[in-house]
Design a protein around this ligand. Structure first.
Ligand SMILES: [Zn+2]
Length: 486
């Protein structure tokens, strides 16, 4: 009887294993077919020039998304600089596992920051020669402060002290920053200094649609720094800016160790055709090196091996960053649906799209939500004007509750702002003239509840001055949107 049960169990296990293998085979086949049908361009390394800068939010992102690129550039004798914005010391779960502690102190965060920095050095030394053609710099900006600073800590008189104390205010690395009053301006200044010192021919930054708030903030801060450097004439307009993706839903698909499969952009960001994406094919020995470099990040691999192994693929993918200016009449930005956690519970926290347009003498932002705006949520339009020709940086913030009440207004008189809730949309409008002589803006839209940013759209760069605005006409607008991105 016992023998019969054992046989039934082993048959059952064999059937399940066969089913898993079959599904993996079908999945792989589907991905290879997709790759063959792809319209993505093949990356030409010589077009990147001989000084390539990779701005990485955490130690490990540079290897996950650009490990093959770094190894190939290094082999071609190009100079690569990896600029780590944070040291990832805010990843409490990984820290607890690594240091085997549950009561995390500031000292623990510093110890963990050191672990992650040494893993970065080890990983990069696998990919190339760190004494010859791979440079490393750690800015050491406290991880948990990144999103907060973009939201509300501008100016040295308004530092992000709470986060700084929680994290590592005084940085232990000699090649990193000196302790400073943490604020958004300092992050932009540090990025500008580092970029102009290196004088890159190409720059890689996190993708504007990345789910992770530190990656998103790194994208926004990098764009702000690049805009200012261009205005100051310190960055050649021909320097290519590329984006790489790390966190986006279940990306990379399929999850798991499939080194022979190509890494493909998520369907939602590529409309299935991969147009605009650039693919870098990796020789087998480079894939092996990349796998080895990923293994150097033990503190991360021990808790998410499947996710990290999913980046060991036969290709890497990048998208050219959109750093041009828009707003002939309007611009429509789609946001992804079903973002993690909060919007799933509270659909009114989920932005579907935003439409920025000029109508007569007004600038109007229409925010389409997944359900009627909630009074418990703050919806925040943030327009950043980079420093330019003697003008200081300028922030314009209009934050409203779901019932249309003002929550926070900065840089503009509240009296001139109109806000309406129309069905599942919020419409924020103000006179174009209040923007004065400020021509180019970096626009972000954030959703905040319980002090946390739970949704945000990809940043966009718009130019207002010097364009004749069309009359308010939705049909004309949809015809003339200068860009529609997903
Ligand atoms: Zn990261």
């Amino acid at each position: 009887m016992r023998g019969l049960i054992c046989r039934i169990i082993s048959m059952f296990i064999a059937i399940i294993s066969a089913a898993v293998l079959a599904s993996q085979f079908v999945q792989c086949h589907r991905f290879v077919e997709k790759a063959n049908a792809s319209n993505a361009h093949e990356m030409n390394l010589s077009e990147l020039g001989d000084r390539v800068l990779i701005i990485s939010p955490h130690p490990d992102d540079e290897v996950l998304a650009c490990g093959g690129l770094i190894a190939l550039l290094s082999r071609n004798n190009a100079l690569v600089k990896v600029l780590f914005v944070t040291l990832g010391e805010g990843f409490t779960f990984a820290l607890e596992q690594e240091l085997r502690t549950v009561f995390v102190s500031t000292q623990d965060r510093l110890r963990f920051a050191k672990v992650r920095a040494s893993e970065a050095s080890k990983a990069l030394s696998i990919l190339g020669d760190t004494t010859r053609n791979i440079e490393v710099e750690f800015l050491g900006i406290p991880e948990t402060a990144m999103g907060q600073m973009w939201l509300r800590h501008w100016g040295e008189d308004n530092p992000c002290v709470k986060n700084a104390l929680k994290s590592c205010y005084s940085h232990p690395f000699t090649n990193g920053i000196k302790p400073f009053a943490l604020c958004a301006d300092k992050v932009i200044d540090q990025l500008k200094r580092s970029i102009s010192e290196f004088n890159p021919t190409s720059i890689f930054i996190p993708h504007r649609h990345d789910d992770h708030i530190v990656h998103w903030a790194t994208n926004v801060f990098s764009l702000a720094a690049l805009m200012e450097l261009r205005y100051e004439g310190k960055l050649d307009g021909r320097v290519g800016v590329y984006e790489y993706l790390v966190h986006f839903g279940r990306y990379p698909e399929p999850q798991g160790n499939f080194p022979k499969l190509p890494l493909l952009p998520p369907k939602m960001l590529s409309e299935g055709a991969f147009e605009g994406w650039i693919m870098l094919s990796l020789p087998k020995d480079i894939v092996t090196l990349k796998a080895k470099a990923i293994k150097a990040y033990e503190s991360q691999r021990s808790i998410m091996p499947r996710f990290m192994n999913s980046f060991v693929r036969s290709t890497e993918v990048f998208e050219k960053a959109d750093t041009s200016e828009h707003l002939e009449n309007g611009i429509l930005i789609h946001d992804r649906l079903f973002e993690p956690v909060m919007p799933a519970i509270r659909p009114s926290a989920d932005v579907k799209s935003i439409l920025v347009f000029c109508s007569g003498e007004s600038l109007t932002v229409t925010v389409n939500l997944r359900s009627k705006a909630s009074e418990l949520i703050a919806y925040r339009l943030h327009m950043f004007k980079p420093a330019c020709s003697g003008n200081a940086r300028y922030n314009l913030v209009v934050s409203v509750r779901g019932n249309g009440e003002f929550h926070e207004v900065v840089g503009i008189s509240q009296e001139v702002v109109l806000c309406q809730r129309v069905s599942e949309s919020l419409v924020i409008s103000f006179p174009k003239q209040v923007l004065g002589g400020f021509a180019t803006w970096l626009v972000t839209f954030e959703v905040i509840t319980g002090g946390r940013m739970v949704d945000r759209t990809a940043p966009i760069i718009i130019s207002i001055e010097g364009k004749r605005c069309a009359s308010h006409n939705e049909a004309a607008l949809s015809m003339s949107c200068s860009k529609e991105s997903l």
